[in-house]
Write a protein that binds this ligand. Structure first.
Ligand SMILES: [Fe+2]
Ligand SMILES: [Fe+2]
Length: 303
């Protein structure tokens, strides 16, 4: 019989092609299996060849450079946020297999930030000495919704876990925010369309290689989040918590990648695709994961 890993990318049920599998009885990959998968999938952010990217970048117009910088900035700053704000979840492990997986995820997020940092430094020429200074420069491009989600909600959720790592409700809120909304709905959607664009246009191949590795890691992370929430959502009150958090955060998440001059609900283009296509992709991925977790779709879709 085919394993979940054969049917999906990294055990992430949003990538399953047959909807018949999507229910609460679907057996997901557990933290030990996801840890072992991580061991097989190492890559080096500092070793990807960026020479072709440097040539292509130099040939872009100032306006084109601005567009790419804008699109990538939320990802660079986002990777820093999800690295530093992850510590509370590592503290909240319930057994050693989960502890091992969670530490790999924090390392992955640091590697993702390092890849963006190297790219901004070596290809885009933003050459401050410290990552912090480059991040401060890049922050000019993030939206108000980004600040609200990553600097307020995510930080607050992380603090609750650091204050009391045994607080299961805080852990469910954190994983819903981080794995379901930020990684699953937001990052993997942006990555899907951006990767498709760079590959089709044969543009910035080093970036596409690194970003492809990042997307593979993100599917593995979201697979953990789905597994965790499926376990906890055997309890009715937990299902309601997940619904509430998603309903609260989805409108905010929808505002994160809206370009300057537009608002949520406007039609605009994102790397060659319409905002409508982007929203449909995000919604479909979230719905698939929620079906497996056992959270009814109606409430989530009303968000
Ligand atoms: Fe990441
Ligand atoms: Fe991640």
């Amino acid at each position: 019989m085919a394993s979940l890993l054969d049917l999906t990318s990294q055990g992430d049920v949003a990538t399953i092609s047959d909807d018949a599998y999507l229910n609460r009885s679907l057996k997901l990959m557990d933290p030990q299996q996801l840890y072992e998968l991580w061991e097989r999938q190492q890559w080096q952010s500092q070793a990807i060849d960026l020479e072709r990217d440097k040539e292509q970048w130099a040939a872009l117009s100032d306006e084109e450079k601005e567009e790419h910088l804008w699109g990538l900035s939320s990802f660079f700053v986002g990777e820093e946020r999800v690295t530093t704000q992850f510590s509370g979840l590592v503290m909240a492990y319930e057994n050693e297999q989960e502890e091992a997986f969670l530490t790999t995820q924090q390392v992955d997020e640091a590697r993702h930030m390092q890849f963006f940092d190297r790219y901004y430094r070596e290809v885009m020429g933003i050459d401050h000495e410290l990552i912090r200074d480059r991040l401060a420069y890049v922050r000019k491009d993030v939206t108000d919704a980004f600040v609200e989600l990553f600097d307020k909600h995510l930080v607050e959720m992380g603090k609750r876990l650091i204050d009391d790592p045994s607080d299961i409700e805080a852990k469910v809120d954190f994983v819903t925010t981080y794995h379901m909304v930020i990684e699953g709905t937001l990052a993997l959607t942006g990555q899907h369309f951006m990767l498709d664009y760079y590959e089709k246009e044969e543009l910035l191949p080093g970036f596409a290689e690194g970003f492809g590795n990042i997307a593979r890691d993100e599917h593995r992370h979201v697979a953990y989040g789905t597994w965790f929430l499926q376990q906890k959502c055997a309890d009715h009150a937990m299902r309601e918590r997940v619904q509430r958090t998603i309903a609260e955060l989805l409108p905010l998440a929808a505002g994160v990648l809206v370009p300057k001059g537009y608002e949520v609900g406007d039609e605009y283009e994102f790397f060659g695709y319409t905002s409508q296509q982007q929203a449909e992709f995000a919604y479909s991925a979230l719905s698939r994961r929620l079906k497996v977790i056992g959270v009814p779709l109606a409430t989530a879709s009303a968000a």
